[in-house]
Write a protein that binds this ligand. Structure first.
Ligand SMILES: [Zn+2]
Length: 433
């Protein structure tokens, strides 16, 4: 009996010390992964989207300036090391299994990015699978044609639809001098709605800057210590619907909240340093962009609720006629159905089926964009390529994942959404049953 008891004690010791060893090994891989992301950032200025780990890690990367071959070899070594670490699922902590999968997929995307930067040409879908762990569905022109047909009926006038649309929506531009007031009002509402459901670090904050000459509409730069800088590009007119979109996407409960919760729950509470660095061209971006887009519908669970807020607060703050809000949003709903048109343009351009000019023309027709907006989008595609899928496919994947667990109950939706924002789950993990 005593012997059996001793055997039990020895076995449990071995299991728990094995677990501790596995955790140490995983931490070592995580730290080396963070160093590799910084090393690749030396070659690719867009790659490191955020880093708030030890400053000397960055200095070290600058000093070492590792070659593509060294970075690629080290990534392969780390993937092999990771495969030898016992699966953490025995610990019963799902987060440990997710962490392992996270590191494996982020490392393999990093290796793919190295190959791309070295000159390897990947087709659009192969690239998105390698970098973002997902492939966007393909739509034919006729799919968009039937949505365009419905829009044609709603927008008055003659001539190309993009021209009529631009004309029709002019009264819904936020005047430049009112932009900050409108945007701040949208942020305030989105923040209050988020704080009512998600526990945020008490000192979280962000600042807003207005910039020009960028290929994107808005950007969240996460600085660490629960602080973000949000930049809004004012190159082109900003329409009233963008206020809530941007406030939710960049701020609450989008990027600023996602990054703050990762810092709090992963980096500070668990000591998982891989989350102190954010590699832009990686699977994490699909979850980041998808949650940021879907966050708007979590904050405003029904369309009626959103329009009510806009009519009462944002339209008056912008000096726009609130009695036309329903008409405006009926058209915006149809425009949203054209979201995948930008993916199609990007797929064809990246695959070399069309050139930049043809891509801009195609966007004018199928995404109903005026020429200058279509050109801005082409610039974005040239720079970020298959990254474009992270927005709409990301939103759809996050929506399906969250709603499968919560149904349409808005309280449960917040809870599932909050859990997703505080976990290392990646795109293929969103598709699991
Ligand atoms: Zn974003």
């Amino acid at each position: 009996m005593r012997q059996i008891f001793l055997l039990f004690v020895v076995c449990s010791f071995l299991i728990s010390s094995g677990g501790a060893q596995a955790a140490d090994d995983m931490n070592a891989v995580a730290e080396r992964y963070a160093h590799l992301v910084l090393a690749l950032g030396q070659h690719d200025p867009d790659y490191v989207d955020a880093f708030y780990g030890p400053a000397e890690w960055k200095t070290q990367a600058e000093k070492e300036k590792k070659s593509f071959d060294t970075i690629g070899r080290e990534a392969a070594e780390l993937i092999a090391t990771l495969a030898k670490i016992p699966d953490g699922s025995r610990s019963g902590d799902e987060m440990v299994s997710l962490r392992r999968e996270y590191l494996q997929k982020q490392l393999s995307a990093l290796a793919a990015r190295v190959r791309i930067l070295k000159g390897e040409k990947l087709k659009f879908d192969d690239e998105s699978r390698a970098l973002y762990d997902a492939v966007a569905p393909t739509f034919s022109d006729s799919y968009f044609d039937q949505i365009i047909g419905q829009l044609e009926k709603k927008i008055p006038g003659t001539g190309p639809l993009w021209k009529r649309y631009e004309n029709w929506r002019k009264p819904f531009v936020i005047p430049k001098e009112k932009l900050d007031a409108v945007f701040q009002a949208a942020i305030k509402e989105c923040r209050a709605r988020t704080l009512a459901h998600v526990a945020l670090p008490p000192n979280e904050s962000f600042t807003v800057e207005y910039v020009t000459n960028k290929p994107w509409g808005g950007y969240n730069w996460y600085k660490g210590n629960f602080h973000s800088v949000i930049q809004v590009n004012t190159d082109l007119p900003i329409y009233i619907d963008r206020a809530v979109d941007l406030a939710a996407h960049e701020g609450y409960p989008g990027h600023h909240v996602y990054n703050s919760l990762l810092e709090k729950n992963m980096v500070r509470d668990r000591g998982w340093v891989e989350f102190s660095v954010y590699a832009l061209f990686s699977p994490q971006s699909l979850v980041a962009e998808g949650t940021a887009n879907f966050g708007r519908d979590v904050a405003f669970p029904t369309r009626t609720e959103r329009i009510k807020f806009e009519k009462e607060v944002l339209f008056p703050a912008a000096g726009i006629d609130a009695s036309r809000a329903d008409e405006y949003y009926a058209v915006q709903d149809l425009m949203k159905e054209l979201d995948y048109a930008a993916n199609e343009a990007a797929r064809r351009l990246v695959n070399g089926e069309i050139d930049e000019n043809a891509a801009a023309q195609w966007l004018q027709k199928y995404a109903v964009m005026e020429p200058v907006r279509a050109q801005q989008r082409v610039k974005f595609i040239k720079r970020y390529r298959s990254y474009v899928i992270n927005y709409n496919l990301g939103e759809d994947m996050v929506r399906r994942y969250v709603e499968k667990r919560s149904g349409t109950d808005s309280e449960k939706r917040w809870s599932e959404f909050g859990k997703l924002l505080s976990s290392p789950r990646l795109p293929s993990g969103l598709q699991e049953k």
